[in-house]
Write a protein that binds this ligand. Structure first.
Ligand code: SAM
Length: 283
């Protein structure tokens, strides 16, 4: 079953925490004059037209990027993200994670961008034009299988973004298996995993998500979780926020993400709340 289409959610609060965190990782990797490789296991379409039928159905971007796009800030990570949002919003668009990777990586770096849905893959190919973006490898394949086949990269500096739709409850265990497998071969990979925060209405998935995070913690790798809640967690609220679980976080990513998101929380509504907690401490 591949019915999820990210266009319905493009630019929402979940994209904000995920994309800011991913940019924080890229900024860290770019500090050294050495090449790195990025992996995006669930790329989506790459670029979203906020005026199209799907994005304008629930206009989720209005309670996400639109709310923060004019925040004045001196924070480096946040100002870089806001500047990008502004340039895309000026054309009524929003950028997906693979486009962020393609735009922000340097020519010496490479990116493997995977997407399984045929229609989304076609859009991804249009968004990431190889004539414009060097060393971006587009793959029409299962991201978990692709991660296994393509890692470790040489040289082994790099990062992985895992952003499944969690349509199927099995995806929570697929994530744990994929991360365990990749860390067995590429111990120092920086990994950013996005996950939804779900109310009691989605009890089984909420439980599976918790178990996923507990199993990841048991791997014993330094990791933190950062969560952005936007509405109150009542039994019926559905997805009341989301988080990123970061394994092998780059130095100071926790500080940089906290600073950036704490600044925008007041713009995201009265019930918005951000927290960041180390799950396994960095020794
Ligand atoms: N990461 C994107 C971003 O931030 O712009 C959004 C990705 S969206 C949440 C999840 C995507 O994963 C969907 O486009 C879906 O078609 C794709 N997908 C679902 N199962 C997949 C799999 N096993 N391998 C690769 N892609 C998959």
């Amino acid at each position: 079953m591949l019915s999820y289409q990210h266009a319905f959610h493009a630019g929402n609060h979940a994209d904000v925490i995920k994309h800011l965190s991913w940019m924080g990782v890229l900024n860290h990797l770019k500090k050294k004059n050495k090449p790195f490789t990025l992996f995006d296991t669930h790329s989506g379409a790459g670029e979203y037209d906020l005026g199209d039928e799907l994005a304008s159905k629930n206009k989720e971007f209005e309670s996400g990027v639109v709310k923060i796009a004019s925040v004045a800030t001196t924070d480096d990570l946040l100002s870089e993200y806001i500047a990008l949002c502004q340039s895309f919003l000026a054309e009524n668009k929003y950028m997906g994670s693979p486009l962020l990777s393609a735009m922000l990586k340097r020519d010496m770096d490479s990116a493997h961008l995977m997407e399984l849905h045929p229609g989304e893959y076609e859009k991804l190919c249009r968004a990431i034009n190889p004539r414009k973006f060097s060393a971006c490898h587009l793959h029409h394949r299962d991201g978990f299988e692709g991660l296994k086949a393509l890692t470790p990269p040489k040289p082994n500096r790099g990062a992985i973004l895992i952003d499944p739709p969690y349509e199927r409850i099995e995806e929570y265990t697929d994530v744990v298996n994929a991360i365990e497998r990749v860390l067995g071969r590429w111990k120092q990979a920086h990994i950013v995993l996005w996950y939804p925060l779900l109310s009691a209405r989605a009890e089984k998935k909420a439980e599976a998500s918790l178990v996923m995070r507990e199993q990841l913690a048991e791997l014993g790798i330094p990791c933190f979780k950062a969560e952005l809640e936007v509405v109150e967690n009542t039994p019926d609220s559905g997805m009341y926020g989301s988080g990123v679980f970061v394994l092998n976080p780059p130095w100071q990513l926790d500080v940089n993400v906290s600073k950036a998101i704490t600044e925008i929380v007041p713009y995201l509504g009265d019930n918005a709340h951000f927290s960041l907690d180390w799950v396994v401490d960095d020794q």
